[in-house]
Design a binder for this molecule. Structure first.
Ligand code: NAD
Length: 257
């Protein structure tokens, strides 16, 4: 299946899942707009490599997803937005009574409110183009909770709810909106935690991954960024035309427990 002629805007896509999603969409033929809050030569080099590897147009646009105007400006600067993937996200772990207000505000803004702002900017473009896909990268924490992740769990549940409302408001149009809910995904961020976990638990790599890090993921395997990207490509396919307002878990069985 080909997404040739479509333009995808992926927030928070200079690393991890967002980058994996951008690569899979480019492989499927879509032009891609990458984003983060930085503006380094490396950011633009990532876009140039995707363009060279996959023969698509790829651009990098700086925009801070904690800022409402910049969220909307990202979509407007992209000029065309057939596929919107809301992926930017941060985490902070602390008990509620010790959770800094600034961290709460930042997580709600970046992980949840940005989805509202980019969607508001993208829907008119999708309506004009007569086709659109909104894919929100939520989390297993959009469906279940863990202690000490109050802001993240609240934001991701909010993203799942907002995905349903977006789907209902576009239900009679050729536009869909869904949330993808990953379990533990092997991103550079997670990879970097493995040596510390090995030292802390005095375990080898395989054991610390399976027994400690993936304790809640019944498959005891990480999901990969390419698998997340493949799920997004599927949601952009004709087969997914009637899939809207729902969640797709990519979590090795986490939410079946
Ligand atoms: P990551 O840190 O590699 O990626 C996060 C991305 O968001 C980066 O590109 C970062 O630059 C960007 N970002 C952060 N703050 C931003 C801001 N203010 N403005 C614009 N961009 C910003 O992490 P990841 O694991 O790839 O996470 C991507 C998404 O997937 C997040 O929403 C996260 O909650 C979700 N997720 C990740 C996992 C996992 O196990 N890795 C599991 C479930 C859900």
């Amino acid at each position: 299946m080909s997404l040739k002629g479509k333009t995808a805007v992926i927030t928070g896509s200079n690393s991890g899942i967002g980058l994996g999603v951008a690569v899979e969409l480019a492989k499927a033929g879509a032009d891609v707009v990458l984003n983060s809050f930085t503006d380094s030569p490396e950011d633009h080099a990532i876009a140039a490599k995707i363009a060279a590897d996959h023969g698509v147009k790829a651009r990098y646009i700086k925009a801070d997803m904690s800022n409402a105007e910049e969220c909307r400006a990202l979509v407007e600067k992209a000029g065309q937005c057939d596929i919107l993937v809301n992926n930017a996200g941060i985490q902070h772990v602390a008990p509620i009574e010790a959770f800094p207000t600034s961290k709460w505000d930042a997580i709600i803004a970046i992980n949840m409110s940005s989805v509202f702002h980019t969607t508001a900017a993208a829907l008119p473009m999708m309506r004009k183009a007569g086709w659109g896909r909104v894919v929100n990268i939520a989390s297993a924490h959009g469906l279940t909770a863990s202690p000490y992740k109050s802001a993240y769990v609240a934001a991701k549940h909010g993203v799942v709810g907002l995905s349903k409302t977006t789907a209902l408001e576009t239900a009679q149009e050729p536009i869909t909106c869904n949330a993808v809910c990953p379990g533990y995904v092997l991103t550079p961020l997670v990879e970097a935690q493995i040596p510390d976990q090995m030292a802390a638990h005095n375990m080898d790599r395989e054991t610390v991954i399976k027994e400690v890090m993936l304790e809640r993921q019944p498959s005891r395997e990480f999901a990969t960024t390419a698998q997340l990207g493949g799920t997004v490509v599927f949601l952009c396919s004709d087969a997914a035309t009637q899939i809207t307002g729902t969640t797709i878990s990519v979590d090795g069985g986490w939410t079946a427990l």
